[in-house]
Every structure is written in structure tokens, then in C-alpha cells.
Design a protein around this ligand. Sequence first.
Ligand SMILES: C[S@@+](CC[C@H](N)C(=O)[O-])C[C@H]1O[C@@H](n2cnc3c(N)ncnc32)[C@H](O)[C@@H]1O
Length: 198
Amino acid sequence: MTTGDEHSRINRAAWNRMADQYQEILAEMGTPSELTWGWWRHPEQRLGVLGEVAGRDVLDLGCGAAGWARRLADHGATVVGLDASARQLAHAGAAATAGARTVALVNGDAERLPFADASFDVAVSNWGALSFSDPYVAVPEAARVLRPGGLLVVCTSSPIYRLCTAPDADQPGTEIRCGYSDLHRSPGTTGTVRFQLP
Ligand SMILES: C[S@@+](CC[C@H](N)C(=O)[O-])C[C@H]1O[C@@H](n2cnc3c(N)ncnc32)[C@H](O)[C@@H]1O
């Protein structure tokens, strides 16, 4: 079991270490022209979870190199991209100013958001901070910075995917390998601490 400070430190260090390789993999996959969710790139246009973002204040929790944040800005949103990893944000630096609109970048932790209450209309985590922070802390924190009626959208793996992934494996198998109660907090394959609250 890790404390909040411990898992934040572990995950920040892991993402600083992995950032260059992660961005290389994303570059090889190519940049999607539209807003798409997750590793399998489900189009927002088909899922329709965000609604209209033009004119809205949007917070991207765990923005990485700000690909999503930048596309949200292209749709007319005012976007802040937050990430715990300075190395990920270094990749975002060039990307975030390359489009027609700029995206504000903040180095910070989803469990301790450096924003005033009721600052945003929408918060998103596209395999982002909410997969690596304690939902009992990060969800109320997201709610705090959202305006009344605000929307929090989290894209993460399904409980079945996690249940079938052995602690030392990086891909799921065909058998249940951990208990449902282990899903809240579990060791990730890349030296991270993973969280999932189904
Ligand atoms: C799998 S990457 C996803 C990045 C981006 N959303 C994307 O779609 O490419 C997860 C990101 O979450 C960030 N992250 C992890 N824990 C975080 C935390 N507690 N607060 C803020 N960012 C965090 C990592 O640094 C990393 O950039």
C-alpha cells in the first residue's frame, strides 16, 4: 500500500523516465485528425460524451504531450493541460503552441490541483492522471474545480482487462488473475502505481 505522496512520487518518476519512449510510440501511431479516446482511438464523434466544447473552460488531467488538449483548443475550448511529469510537458511544449490556439500547461498533481474552486466546465482524463491517482482523492478534487453542472470524463481500461492481467504481465490473459478488491490500487507493469475504481 502506498501513501498519496509515495505513489505520486513513484508515478512522476516513472513518467519522467518513460516519456521519450512513450512519445516515440505515439509518433509512430500517427496523429489522429479528430478527437479520439484511449489507446484504441474510439472517435468522440461516435461516442458523443463531451458535447459542445467551444467556449468552455476545459482541464486535461494528465495531458502528456497535449495532443488531446490541442485538439480541444482547435474545437474552440479554452484548455489547460496539467501533467505531473516535467518530461512529458517538455514534449507538450512544442506541440502546445504549434496549432492555431495555444494551450496553457501546468506541472501539477491531479490529487492536489493548483486551481481555484469552480474554474472549469469540463475535466477530461484520456488514459491520463485518473489512471495513476487515487480516485478517492482525485475525483473530489476534479469536482472541486468544476463549476456546478460540470462534466468529468475518464477514459481508462475496463475492470475485466485489469482483472485478467497478472501483476507481472503487461497484457491480459484469458483467466482472472487478481481480485476485484485489488482494482482500486495495483502495481502497474511499467513501475507505476495504477488505480481503477470500477
Ligand atoms: C498514459 S499517459 C496519457 C497522456 C495523454 N493523456 C495522452 O493521451 O497521450 C498518462 C499521463 O498522466 C500523467 N500523470 C500520471 N499521474 C498524474 C498525476 N497524479 N497528476 C497529473 N498527471 C499525472 C503522466 O505523467 C502521463 O503524462
